[in-house]
Write a protein that binds this ligand. Structure first.
Ligand SMILES: Cc1cc2nc3c(=O)[nH]c(=O)nc-3n(C[C@H](O)[C@H](O)[C@H](O)COP(=O)(O)OP(=O)(O)OC[C@H]3O[C@@H](n4cnc5c(N)ncnc54)[C@H](O)[C@@H]3O)c2cc1C
Length: 334
C-alpha cells in the first residue's frame, strides 16, 4: 500500500484537483491495512479509476483509493476470464476480440477501467457490460470484509447498479466468455454506417465490428486526451410520455424510444440541442458541436463552474419540456 499526501486527482475534464490522501492498493493482502488506515483517519473515501466519469472538487479533504490490479486470467473449464480492476477497458475489448470472444466489440473505445465498468453498467451501440458479467469481487472498506456479488446482486439497469451506493472497492471481475455467439449489428448508427459505406454485414467479424464502432465514436465524440470532457454529461431520461410539455416543440421533434405503454426513454442530446441557444455562455465550458450531451472544457474550469453550467441546462430543459435531467458522471463531494 502506497500512501501519498496532497496528491493530484486525475480527471478527463482536466479540473485542477487534489486530495488529502491518495492510497494505491497493489494486492488483496493490503486491504486489511487499508481498513485500519480508513478507520483511524475518519475521513470520507472515494475510489478512483482513470477519472473519465467524475467531476472532482478543487480539494478533496478525504482519502482517494486507487486499486492497482492488473491481472487477466483465463479459466477455460468454466468459460470465464477473470480481470483485475485497473486494466484499461478498451485494452480488454481488444484482448477479447483477438481471442474471438463475442460480446465486448460494441463496447470498444469506452474510456476508463474494468473496475468502473459495472458501476454505471457501461453501455453503447446496443450492448451493456451487465450482459457479460459473471461476478464482481469487492472489499468493503467500512466493514473490512471481502464480498463477492453475482450479476443478479448487482441489480443492473440503465446506467445504474447497486454498486454505486455501496462502500465497495471492486478489485476483480469475472466475465463470461460464452454468453454471446453472434455479432450485434442492430443499433441504428451501425446500420447507417454499413449502408453508407456499402458494407455487407456477412463480411464482418469481431475485429471489423470493433473497428467500425471506433470509427463511429471517433466521428462524434471528442478524445478526452485532446479535448477535456467526461463523455455524456446527462442520462437519457425515462419518463411518462403524457407528462412531456409539447407547447414549444411537438413530440416528433424529439427522439423517443418506447419502454412500455406509459414510459419512454427520451434522447437528452436532442433536448439540449433544442434549447442550447437560450443558454448563457460560459468562457470555459461548451456543448460539443458534434454531440450535445458532451460538455467540453478548456481545462481552466472548476467543479462549481461545471455544475453551474449543467444546472443551467437542467433548468432550461425542465422549463421547456417538463423533463428532469440527471447528471451522469459522479460528483465527488467538496
Ligand atoms: C469520451 C468519453 C466517452 C464515454 N463513452 C461512454 C459510453 O459510451 N458508455 C458509457 O457507459 N460510458 C461512457 N463514458 C463514461 C466512462 O467511460 C465510464 O463511466 C467508465 O466506466 C469510467 O471509468 P473510469 O475508470 O474512468 O472511472 P472513474 O471516472 O475513475 O470513476 C467513475 C465511478 O466509478 C467508481 N469506481 C471506479 N473504479 C472503481 C472500483 N475499482 N471500485 C469501485 N468503484 C469504482 C468511482 O468511484 C466513480 O463513482 C465515456 C466517457 C468519456 C470521457
Amino acid at each position: 500500500m502506497n500512501i501519498f499526501e496532497n496528491h493530484k486527482i486525475k480527471n478527463s475534464l482536466q479540473i485542477k484537483s487534489s486530495c488529502k490522501f491518495y492510497v494505491e492498493i497493489n494486492n488483496k493482502n493490503e486491504f486489511n491495512d487499508l481498513h485500519v488506515f480508513i478507520s483511524n483517519k475518519k475521513l470520507p473515501v472515494f475510489i478512483l479509476g482513470e477519472g473519465t466519469n467524475i467531476v472532482p472538487p478543487e480539494y478533496y479533504d478525504g482519502i482517494i483509493i486507487k486499486p492497482l490490479f492488473n491481472n487477466i486470467k483465463y479459466l477455460n473449464e468454466t468459460n470465464i476470464v477473470s480481470v483485475g480492476a485497473s486494466i484499461n477497458w478498451h485494452f480488454l475489448v481488444k484482448e477479447m476480440v483477438s481471442k474471438n470472444i463475442y460480446g465486448f466489440e460494441n463496447l470498444s473505445l469506452i474510456p476508463g477501467t474494468v473496475g468502473a465498468a459495472p458501476i454505471q453498467n457501461i453501455g453503447a451501440y446496443g450492448q451493456e457490460v451487465s450482459n457479460l458479467i459473471n461476478k464482481v469481487d469487492c472489499f468493503n472498506y467500512e466493514t473490512g470484509k471481502f464480498v463477492t456479488l453475482t450479476k443478479e446482486q448487482c441489480n443492473f439497469s440503465y446506467r445504474d447498479s447497486s454498486l454505486k451506493k455501496g462502500n465497495l472497492i471492486i478489485f476483480n471481475i469475472d466475465f463470461k466468455t460464452d454468453s454471446i455467439n453472434r455479432l450485434n449489428l442492430d443499433y441504428k448508427s451501425i446500420q447507417t454506417y454499413l449502408y453508407q459505406n456499402k458494407i455487407d454485414s456477412n463480411s464482418l467479424n469481431l475485429d471489423s465490428v470493433s473497428d467500425i464502432v471506433c470509427k463511429i465514436r471517433n466521428s462524434i465524440l471528442p478524445n478526452p486526451d485532446e479535448v477535456p470532457n467526461a463523455g455524456s454529461f446527462f442520462k437519457n431520461p425515462i419518463i411518462d410520455k403524457n407528462k412531456i410539455n409539447t407547447d414549444h416543440f411537438s413530440l416528433d421533434r424529439l427522439i423517443i424510444w418506447d419502454i412500455d405503454s406509459v414510459y419512454v426513454k427520451v434522447g437528452a442530446a436532442r433536448l439540449i440541442q433544442l434549447i442550447k441557444n437560450d443558454l448563457i455562455n460560459d468562457n470555459n465550458i461548451k456543448i460539443y458541436d458534434k454531440h450535445a450531451l458532451v460538455l467540453i472544457t478548456n481545462s481552466e474550469t472548476s467543479q462549481t463552474n461545471i455544475l453551474e453550467y449543467a444546472n443551467q441546462i437542467k433548468s432550461k430543459v425542465f422549463e421547456v419540456f417538463n423533463i428532469p435531467l440527471e447528471i451522469e458522471p459522479t460528483i465527488i463531494p467538496n
